[in-house]
Each structure stands twice: as C-alpha cells, then as structure tokens.
Ligand binder design. Sequence first.
Ligand SMILES: NC(=O)c1ccc[n+]([C@@H]2O[C@H](COP(=O)([O-])OP(=O)(O)OC[C@H]3O[C@@H](n4cnc5c(N)ncnc54)[C@H](O)[C@@H]3O)[C@@H](O)[C@H]2O)c1
Length: 319
Amino acid sequence: MTRWLLTGGAGYIGAHVALDLLASGREVTILDDLTTGLRSRIPDGADFVEASVLDTDAVRRALDGVTGVIHLAAKKAVGESVEQPLLYYRENVGGMVSLLQAMADAATPCMVYSSSAAVYGEPPWSPISEDSPLTPLSPYGETKVIGEWMVRDEAVARADSTPLSWVTLRYFNVAGAGSPELGDTSANNLIPMVFDALDRGEAPQVFGSDYPTHDGSCVRDYIHVSDLAAAHVAAAALCESGGVAAVFNVGTGVGSSVLEVMGAVSDVVGRDVGAVAVDRRAGDPPELVASVDRISAELGWSAQRDLRDMVASASAARG
Ligand SMILES: NC(=O)c1ccc[n+]([C@@H]2O[C@H](COP(=O)([O-])OP(=O)(O)OC[C@H]3O[C@@H](n4cnc5c(N)ncnc54)[C@H](O)[C@@H]3O)[C@@H](O)[C@H]2O)c1
C-alpha cells in the first residue's frame, strides 16, 4: 500500500481526490492551511496536517513514508492575481519551491501537479493540444506555467540521485460535485456564479454575445470534478510505475457555450433563468476546448459525465 500527500486536500477538488485515492486502496495525508479549505471536507480515514506548503519543515515531516505528492494547494482567482501578483507568486511559486525542496530532502519519488488551462492564454487553435504555446494572460496562469517548469527542472536535476516521476494535469473548467456536501463554495466559476445570481433574485449575466462562436457566447470545456478526481488516481498509478514525465489536458474534448450552460441550468431548475447579455469581459478568449487524445491514449482516462450531470450535482450541492 502506498501513501500520498495531498496539499490543498481540504479544498473543492482535493476533497474529491482524497476520497478516490482512499477508495483505490491508497493511504492519504492531507496538508492544508485551511485558507479556503474546510475541515469538514477531510474524509474519514485521511490523516490531516494543518500547515502551509510554505512551511518546508512541516512539509518534510509530513512526507515521512509518503510515495507521492498531489500538489493542489494554490491561490486560484484570476482577477485577484492581477490585483495582487506578489501574493500569487509567494503562494504558488514560493509554495512550489518549498514543496520541491522538502520532497528532495525526503527523496519523495512521485508528484502529480494541478495545473490549469490558464497556461494557454488565448490559443491560436482549438481543440488545444498539450504542445500548444504557453502564453498565459494573468499572473495566476503565469504561476502555473512556472510551477510546471519547476517540476520538470527538478526531475532533471534529481535524475541521477533520487529520481522524480511526475505528471502535470492541466484542468479545464471544473464543475459539479461528487456528493452534496462537496460543492464548489467559491464564486470564481460560471456555474456557481449563475446559481449565486439566482439566489439573489437576479438575472445571470452573459459576458459578450458577439464572439466568433456558434451562438456568440464564449465556449469552454467543462469537466466534472468526479471525473477529474479519477484522472488523479490514474496519474498517481502511472507515477508509481516510475520514470514518468508527462503533461495531460483534463477535459471532455467537448465545448459548451455560456448560453448552453444557462440552458442546462434552466432545465435543472425548471424555469428559464432569463440570462441577460452584457459587454465582454477583458481577457476572455472566445473558445477553450481541450484535445483529450493524449490522456485517453496514455492514461486510459476519459470523462464519463456531461454538462447536465455537472449542473444537476452543483445544484444539489447548494441544498
Ligand atoms: N477549480 C477550478 O476550476 C480549477 C481549474 C484549474 C486548476 N485548478 C487548480 O486546482 C487546485 C485546487 O483548486 P480548488 O478549486 O480545489 O481550490 P480550493 O481553493 O477549493 O482549494 C485549494 C486548497 O488549498 C489550500 N491552500 C491554499 N494555499 C495553501 C498553502 N499555502 N498551504 C496549504 N494549503 C493551501 C486551501 O485552504 C484549499 O483547501 C489549485 O491549484 C487550482 O489552481 C482549479
């Protein structure tokens, strides 16, 4: 049996990953500073260390007996990263320096890293393959690119002494909930934003209706958080086989427009949500859809759930 350390395991995605790792027969330690994470999300059967990844000594101690790290802990709000870039560099880049140092000291052999489609910025083509240029549009996306480079470079440096086997997962738009108590409590993503607007009795807004897409609204690749969690277990298993250096997109390969998301929400709540079109937001690319050929071929993973599953489970998680 192997043990995995999940940084940020009390967060929205981390809690789903923790449950799936436990179900796969692996042991789990969660290290989280609870800045946005919730103690209530830590599953029975997981050990918990309340600490920041910036605390290298605490991470080193938590790595005792650990085969691999799934590094989810990060700040993730694009707008906030534009306003406070140093916070994002300190937490996301500084956090990675601290973690990789502790992993080198402990000779930890495996790493799965939470990256993001934000590394692609506004890609010149769609669907986006992993070899597309990395041109992030925000400090958040920049910290994710730097994190990817750091993992790759550290694995090269450790190759002759304590080899590091690694997988980077570039998540597209994560949505839904595996169970009602594990919903996304942040309001950074479209589906929670739509439900928040409905709760306030307001019409949800569609930012931009003149994009060069099939209905004029932005198109994104929404991935159910339970499918994403399964991808982490597959990535952990691949890392455990040793000698891995891989980057995978994690999406469905299918784009949904903002208007289609509004339609799915209308179906789930049983009435037209009355979405209103407003001006475009700065920095929103028209279309971001993942090519999923590589993850399907090399990891044997593909998404099982569709947009309606995501909206219905997100709705159920709001009580
Ligand atoms: N949610 C998405 O749509 C999405 C998309 C792409 C990538 N990601 C990435 O996935 C990861 C998890 O995101 P999430 O949606 O679960 O966010 P989240 O905010 O719910 O989870 C992040 C967790 O990390 C913890 N954390 C933050 N800084 C920490 C630190 N310095 N030390 C220890 N713990 C710390 C928080 O308390 C929280 O539990 C992040 O790296 C994020 O950038 C998320």
